[in-house]
Design a protein around this ligand. Structure first.
Ligand code: ADE
Ligand code: ZN
Length: 335
């Protein structure tokens, strides 16, 4: 089995995936047509051409515009189902999916439309594709905390469908400390806590996510390397980092994959995981992200297996389930 097949076939979890970021140009055009929405691009090719970003904000502007084609429950269902088919192809056994309700409720789409569409596809995927799942609701950090609080209150009616809450969107100038109140309430309600931090923002934002929000996982966290005390803390507590290599290159966090902090973080014994973030926009799903790292850093099969093991250890699933998945990796390695 060549390395390509090995990465494809090894059982893995994906923990950092924005469902709105799986909207492929073809799907975007199909939904725009069906829903009578005008888009400023004439073709799939022209749209793909526009996927050239120089920072996080330049991506988010296009990403929020793209999400405008999602109108009905069936649109959210199809979006999620298409991602799950891709995940199945790549032997992803467990997914933890982010969704951004505010991106849709701000356009007059009901919270219920969004969650029902996504959740029913995930439930079908669990039954028909054998992919287990959790849903994580993210607050948009460029908006005020009061808006996040309203979103949390809306979400309480769907509490049994939502495992955790997170924080995404424009990082610079919007530190985690802005959201202490809403995350405190989310913890009281029993939600798991994650937050994007240290993607473009400084290591202080990672400290704030850990200490202020009590994040159990850090999304990205790739700038942690700039702070030795922080590295020691992340290592000591084995706080998982959900790293998204192709995203970081596309958004110019690092110039080349060889400059990425991944390898140093991994070699220092942090719980690093590999994920795709917004695969329709960044040129690859989870397998392509593993391959990009393998190519840049000459990862061994044991390295890949360790990353896959980390992905299950970092997941919001029971210890029993983690052990079952990790046993599958061990069996796969022994084949
Ligand atoms: N929303 C979707 N993708 C994101 C990213 N990479 N960072 C912050 N917010 C996002
Ligand atoms: Zn992200």
């Amino acid at each position: 089995m060549d390395m390509n097949q090995f990465i494809q076939n090894i059982p893995k979890a994906e923990l950092h995936l924005h469902i709105e970021g799986t909207l492929e140009p073809e799907t975007l055009f199909r939904l725009a047509k069906r829903n009578g929405i005008r888009i400023k691009f004439n073709s799939v090719e022209e749209l793909r051409q526009a996927y050239q970003f120089n920072n996080l904000q330049s991506f988010l502007d296009i990403y929020y515009e793209g999400a405008g084609v999602l109108q009905n429950e069936s649109d959210f269902y199809e979006l999620t189902w298409e991602y799950l088919l891709k995940a199945k192809e790549q032997n992803v056994r467990h997914v933890e999916i982010f969704f951004d309700p505010q991106t849709h409720t701000a356009r007059g789409i009901a919270f219920e439309t969004v969650i029902d569409g996504i959740y029913s596809a995930l439930a079908d995927g669990s039954r028909d594709l054998n992919i287990s799942f959790c849903l994580i609701m993210c607050f948009l950090r460029h908006l005020p905390e009061s808006e996040a609080m309203k979103t949390l209150v809306q979400a309480l009616d769907f509490k049994e469908k939502i495992m955790g809450v997170g924080l995404d969107s424009s990082e610079t100038g919007h530190p985690p400390s802005k959201f202490m109140g809403v995350f405190e309430k989310a913890r009281e309600e029993g939600f798991r806590i994650v937050a994007h931090a240290g993607e473009e923002g400084p290591p202080e934002y990672i400290w704030e996510a850990l200490q202020g929000l009590k994040a159990q996982r850090i999304d990205h966290g790739v700038r942690a390397l700039e702070d030795t005390a922080l590295i020691n803390e992340l290592k000591r507590r084995q706080i998982p980092l959900t790293v998204c290599p192709l995203s970081n290159i596309k958004l110019c966090v690092f110039k080349n994959m060889r400059d990425h902090s991944f390898k140093t973080l991994f070699d220092q014994g942090l719980c690093v995981t590999v994920n795709s973030d917004d695969p329709a926009y960044f040129g690859g799903y989870v397998v392509e992200n593993y391959l990009a790292l393998q190519d840049a850093f000459q990862l061994t099969r044991n390295d890949i297996a360790q990353l896959a093991i980390n992905s299950f250890n970092a997941a919001f699933i029971s210890q029993d389930k983690k052990e079952k998945f990790i046993d599958q990796i061990k069996k796969f390695m022994a084949e």
